[in-house]
Design a protein. Structure first.
Length: 136
């Protein structure tokens, strides 16, 4: 998934969600959000955290671009052309994903307070080099 987005001034104080994919519950999901001025990829299966990857700093008021990729035991995240950060290599992938939530989460909290310019989905695990190239 590749997201190009911006956040309005003051958005960082609420840890906004950029996009969340879930199956109608918060127990199995994957998402992209901002925490402490950095992009964060989070994946949860049946209530158990599988991966949390914190990547490069992002800025308010400008376009940021983050790409995330994953398959069983392999995750990667690149933001604004950074070298992709990888997970620990032991993650499971959530199943039963039916819903995409733009700029929000299942609990309707932590809204983006910004704009999503584009969201691209690739039906395969891109390489970390490709993630970096897509966000440059």
């Amino acid at each position: 998934v590749v997201a190009e987005y911006s956040m309005n001034a003051g958005a960082f104080s609420s840890a906004p969600y950029i996009v969340q994919f879930d199956g109608g519950t918060s127990s199995s999901k994957f998402l992209l959000m901002e925490v402490a001025n950095q992009s964060r990829f989070f994946m949860n299966v049946s209530g158990t955290t599988q991966d949390t990857i914190i990547n490069e700093p992002i800025s308010e008021g400008v376009l940021n671009k983050t790409a995330v990729a994953f398959v069983e035991n392999s995750t990667g995240v690149s933001t604004n052309g950074s070298v992709a950060a990888s997970g620990d290599g032991t993650s499971s992938v959530p199943s039963g994903i039916t819903t995409v939530r733009f700029g929000n989460n299942i609990n309707s909290g932590n809204a983006l307070n910004g704009h999503i310019k584009s969201l691209q989905y690739y039906p395969r695990r891109l390489t970390n080099a490709q993630l970096q190239e897509l966000t440059a």
